[in-house]
Design a protein around this ligand. Sequence first.
Ligand code: ADP
Length: 514
Amino acid sequence: MAIHGDVVIGIDIGTTSTKAVVFDGRGKVLASHAVDYPIIQPHPGFAEQDPDELFAAVVQAVGAVTIRHGIRPEQVKAMGLSAAMHSIMALDESGRPLTRLLIWADNRSVAQTERLWKEQNGLAIYRRTGTPIHPMSPLSKLLWLKEEQPDVFQQARRFVSVKDYVLHRLYGDYVADHSMASATGLFRLDTLDWDEEALALVGIRRDQLPRLVPATHIMTGMKREWAEKMGVASDVPVVIGASDGVLANVGVGAVLPGEAAITIGTSGAVRTIAAKPTTDEKGRTFCYALTPGYWVVGGPTNNGGILLRWLRDEFGAHEREVAKKLGMDPYDLLTKYAERVPPGAEGLVFLPFLSGERAPYWNANARGTFFGLGLHHKREHFIRAVMEGVCFSILSVALAIRDVTGPMSEIRVSGGFAKSPFWRQMLSDMLGKPLIVPQTHEASALGAAAVALYALGELPSLETVKTWIDTTARHEPKEEHTLIYAELFDLYARLYERLKEEFDIIAAFQRRSG
Ligand code: ADP
């Protein structure tokens, strides 16, 4: 269907696909197109992507959406960019890739990360840069490259993220926005500049990194070839934008200091807005830039909806079969069973660390545990305990963030878990806070479009986005449940502390026997 009138396009360069989403001037989705690509895993623990495939996906996604919907170049008032955090790659003198993109999920730099913590005062680096010391961080990945592929490292003229690479191909200029830079472990939050100490530690010069610009920086003069393929004018303003994580906050309407967004998809994250850069003395949370007055403080958990998926796939053959007969989603059946059981699953507590854990514990050796099992426990207790375990892990991250930024004023939830009203209520009870369910699709792309309009002066502030977003549901915590969960959370946190050494032992055993 043809689209008339002015539009703004949000481009979200994600882990599984790049999406081009067409919005009107009030954030309404008019059309979208996604182009998928794989993660390449040449060795266990490696996670790479082909930068040229991602670049082609950007051009193709925008080109497809403009052609299909008859959008003429003069209708496109602006484009805004969002991209996944933590990717890094090496380029030669002429800008050609010497490596693939090493993406956030790449774990090869475990040894370098441990050394950063133990020998190189990792906590101080984190407190200057806001990026947790973790294999996801480009800082660790560059150390790996220097040690494991010294020839490539020496040959490299530059190091860039996925967004920097795409922009260089479009404009011939090496620029990075403060937000993407703040997720590299190489960027100082207080001066909005590269961190000389981190650069010296890795052994790179600042002229090997892109020029830094704010999220509202406007690029023009796109190379004609690409503008034509995308169906836009080469002087269309392209606003550099930020990272997908911080833009997702904008895109769900969590934009004022103290407002938080909780997402539980496959993994999970809690993110809140702070008015100034804020880090944790214990190193539990991240702090990434959006614009000078907006910082996103938060923590990711590995163990979100993937646990219910694991339960469904490994132990839910019965539910899958029944759901099929009834024409239901198996998740809806599983959660119905869980509803039969009272909060606390009659004494069954689940530590959900099936994939190790990032925030707040940052412990790759942590493992899952069912605690308190009795003969009275049936499958519905297990389902409920698993759902509660996911919420406990979110609560543990939220409490760490509260220590750093103070109490959260308003919490907005999204992701696959939000399809379940029961699971949402459980989270509200667990946090002891009201939850709002915003009606948003493509939150990061919407955030990118909003920043683009803001940069062009067509939006008075990013808070305006709130007026674009409808609320579909609201949950109030049930006090009696909150009390039960507070008691059990105390036990959960104690169990984690007590089992720390045992987790190391079982993880080592698993590695030996795997
Ligand atoms: P991804 O993280 O891959 O983008 P989603 O955001 O859709 O995927 O989240 C998927 C997760 O959401 C599932 O693993 C499951 O835990 C949860 N989920 C999806 N649908 C439902 C549902 N109807 N009820 C409860 N949980 C659901």
